[in-house]
Design a protein around this ligand. Structure first.
Ligand code: 5AD
Ligand code: SF4
Length: 443
């Protein structure tokens, strides 16, 4: 019988990319995608450690998978349970203590071993395996060739982070910053486009500090790479995420003026609008530095829409600090944003800072911030009504006969459309708008 796999992805886009690469490996072994945990012989949780809630959910969900494993065992079926991603790196040996029924656990830099590990366990040569090495080898050298899953693909170009923001686990879970070589990225990009991608989203934890080597061993920046990627025939849209404000250079800003394929949308997290909080966060920019970058981007492309991440209730954040965050929102008028209550992560400097903020205050601030952010987002969406926008249809919609896609601004748009328009870019007239989505009619 053909064996089946099920991968559940938590967290960021990098994890989505990694999960796709793990699926590639399992399919090379002859496994097929299962419809759910119950009919899967291999279940993998690709996990996120960024906030406590995300990390704890992994363990409660894993417990449920263990029950299914026991039910399957009664039917004589083996189930391999694997955990990958940042929780593995952070928890290390603890993960096998907290979830002893886990068969293997691989850190985010080690999942290239998946094939070998699954084989060892299938053949009962290994009972349980943990690998969290911060390897000197590049996992990308060991991954099988991928192809487009649809019209829009992620492509990891850089991994890890050297910034050490004081609240963040990423430098500890994904390691120091590593950039993939230019030619390797272009090869993958061409392959993804040749197999159906119209849009590429170049990924990195700190993507605009990209400094990969070209074929001659010369270090190149993100702007150079974007120009090269834009030359690929058949590619229609380029995005990159996530950027660090202090690393937005003039070359990159020029891309937003000159590269027609670069979408007019940028996710540029500020985290807080207060200089004193930014300092405690160890961010290498002030609020004015950030606002100047946004101004330059808007000069380069007046149509650009901005997005950001925010943390409220960072240790020591006063009402005045928080007001300054609201002020930044009122200045930039984000078209979309993500906002979080500060979450204390063991091992990070902020976890032991004085003046931790009460949960009640965090909750109140988050509500105020989100009300304001949603207001701008709704206004932007409402202003789209009547416009004609190119939409890349990515999935089926919630209702029959409907497709869901994205506008250049990353807005979700639903329209009645034939399945033949899936993974195509289609002109759509926007007819309605809410905070989270648009409705439209295909022209
Ligand atoms: N608590 C809350 N939010 C966090 N983020 C990162 N670490 C934490 C934390 N400890 C947020 C930041 C980052 C996004 C990916 O997650 O806003 O940009
Ligand atoms: Fe974390 Fe800061 Fe690096 Fe982003 S830039 S991954 S928030 S340490």
């Amino acid at each position: 019988m053909v064996k089946k796999y099920f991968i559940k992805t938590f967290g960021c886009q990098m994890n989505v990319y990694d999960s796709n690469r793990m699926a590639n490996m399992l399919e090379e072994m002859g496994l097929k995608k299962a419809t759910g945990v119950k009919d899967a012989d291999v279940v993998i949780f690709n996990t996120c450690h960024i906030r406590e809630k995300a990390a704890e959910k992994v363990f409660s969900d894993l417990g449920r998978v263990y029950l299914i494993k026991q039910e399957r065992a009664l039917e004589g079926k083996d189930t391999i349970i694997g955990v990958t991603g940042c929780v593995v790196q952070a928890e290390d040996k603890q993960i096998l203590k907290r979830a002893p029924y886990v068969d293997f656990a691989l850190g985010p830099l080690r999942y290239f071993r998946l094939k070998e590990v699954v084989e060892e366990i299938f053949n009962k040569r290994e009972a349980q395996l943990l690998d969290t090495e911060f390897s000197a080898v590049s996992k990308f050298d060991y991954l099988p060739e991928n192809k487009a899953e649809g019209g829009c693909s992620y492509l990891a170009i850089q991994e890890g982070c050297n910034n050490f923001c004081t609240y963040c686990v990423v430098p500890y879970t994904r390691g120091v910053e590593v950039s993939r070589p230019v030619e390797e990225i272009l090869k993958e990009a061409r392959r993804l486009v040749a197999t159906g991608s119209l849009e590429l989203n170049l990924l990195g934890q700190n993507v605009n500090s990209y400094h990969g080597e070209d074929a001659n061993g010369k270090e190149r920046n993100l702007a150079y790479l974007l120009n090269k990627v834009a030359e690929i025939d058949g590619l229609k849209r380029i995005r990159y995420t996530t950027s660090y404000p202090a690393d937005v250079d003039d070359d990159l800003i020029r891309c937003h003026k000159e590269l027609g394929k670069l979408m007019p949308y940028l996710h540029l997290p500020i985290q807080s609008g207060s200089d004193s909080v930014l300092k405690k966060m160890n961010r290498r920019h002030t609020r004015d530095d950030y606002l100047r970058v946004v101004e330059k981007l808007k000069e380069a492309n007046p149509a650009i829409g901005m997005s950001s991440d925010f943390i409220v209730g960072f240790p020591g954040e006063t009402d005045e600090d928080f007001e300054k965050t609201l002020d930044v929102v009122n200045r930039v008028k984000y078209i979309q944003a993500f906002s979080f209550k500060y979450s204390r992560r063991a091992g990070t400097p902020a976890a032991v800072m004085e003046n931790q903020i009460e949960e009640k205050v965090k909750k109140e601030r988050l509500q105020v911030l989100q009300d304001l952010l949603f207001d701008y987002q709704t206004k932007f969406n409402k202003a789209s009504v009547g416009k004609i926008m190119p939409v890349l249809f990515e999935t089926k919609g919630r209702h029959k006969g409907q497709l869901a896609g994205r506008t250049p601004y990353m807005q979700n748009l639903y329209a009645e459309a034939d399945n033949s328009l899936l993974n195509k870019i289609v002109e759509v007239r926007v007819t309605e708008a809410s905070t989270n989505s648009l409705g439209g009619e295909v022209l």
